[in-house]
Design a binder for this molecule. Structure first.
Ligand code: ADP
Ligand code: ADP
Length: 229
């Protein structure tokens, strides 16, 4: 079943930049799709459109075969991880991770705390729940951002070059962690990267985009290139 469908979408920014031209992409439940391409080819734009952030100039986007109104309902949640760990510096890790639950107002205080503990455990940060972001390494801050995305148990996880700013060792370790979590939970993930290695290592399917004028040029299925995890 499709989780998100982008049909013949054009995106032209206010200054006239054509960021997407006739983009077609369907992501099915349980897939791990990477968007790969050079800087400026429209990866972030496509990902943001899949998150319902920002309008489109032409075409259509569907979530769970419905319009955007369905997003947020039970079993149809999405979460977005930005390139930089966008934590609130004045709040402890626990409070940062809890923010989406407080916004959702769907859980009682103790349920929310339990969900926060679980999300922190998934990314291996439970010992740092009471630390402030500045006390964490870059990799750990990124983990906290991922925990904040996971805390609502999203059915669709959209990640915009989440590890682009990290050193290679930390990045490889986090790649393994994401892969392990994905295998365990059968998530649907769309992951933006400009690293061929990362795309091939992580995904079922690599969607390759060309620089001009924001087109998808190829889709490559990756059949378990080597034992995963
Ligand atoms: P990528 O993520 O592949 O680097 P983007 O989706 O960020 O590509 O950008 C695609 C194109 O759209 C680029 O030419 C970029 O400069 C332009 N662009 C992105 N955001 C905006 C914006 N808010 N206003 C105008 N142009 C933008
Ligand atoms: P990451 O891969 O998350 O960036 P690092 O490689 O920076 O992690 O850190 C390795 C280990 O060092 C962490 O798992 C953590 O246990 C410990 N560590 C890192 N930063 C701190 C800190 N500020 N205080 C205490 N322990 C830390």
């Amino acid at each position: 079943r499709p989780v998100v469908e982008v049909n013949a979408v054009d995106k032209v920014y206010g200054n006239g930049t054509v960021a997407l031209k006739g983009a077609d992409l369907t992501v099915k439940g349980g897939e791990f799709v990477s968007l790969l391409g050079p800087s400026g080819c429209g990866k972030s734009t496509l990902l943001r459109i899949m998150a319902g952030l920002g309008g489109i100039s032409r075409g259509s986007v569907r979530w769970w075969e419905q319009d955007y109104g369905v997003v947020g309902q039970k079993g149809r949640k999405l979460a977005f991880v930005f390139q930089n760990a966008t934590l609130m510096p004045w709040a402890r890790v626990r409070k940062n991770v809890r923010l989406p639950l407080d916004l959702e107002r769907a859980k009682t205080g103790s349920e929310a705390e339990a969900a926060v503990d679980q999300a922190l455990a998934m990314v291996g940060l439970n010992k740092f729940a009471d630390a402030f972001p500045r006390e964490l390494s870059g990799g750990m801050q990124m983990r906290a951002s991922i925990a904040r995305a996971l805390v609502t148990e999203p059915n669709l996880l959209l990640m915009d070059e989440p590890f682009g700013a990290l050193d290679e060792m930390t990045r490889n370790k986090l790649n393994d962690d994401v892969l392990r979590l994905w295998q365990a939970r059968n998530w649907t993930v769309v992951f933006v990267t400009h690293s061929v290695y990362e795309a091939v290592y992580l995904s079922n399917r690599v969607v390759v985009m060309a620089a001009r004028p924001g087109r998808i040029v190829e889709e490559v299925s990756i059949d378990a290139p080597y034992p995963r995890g």
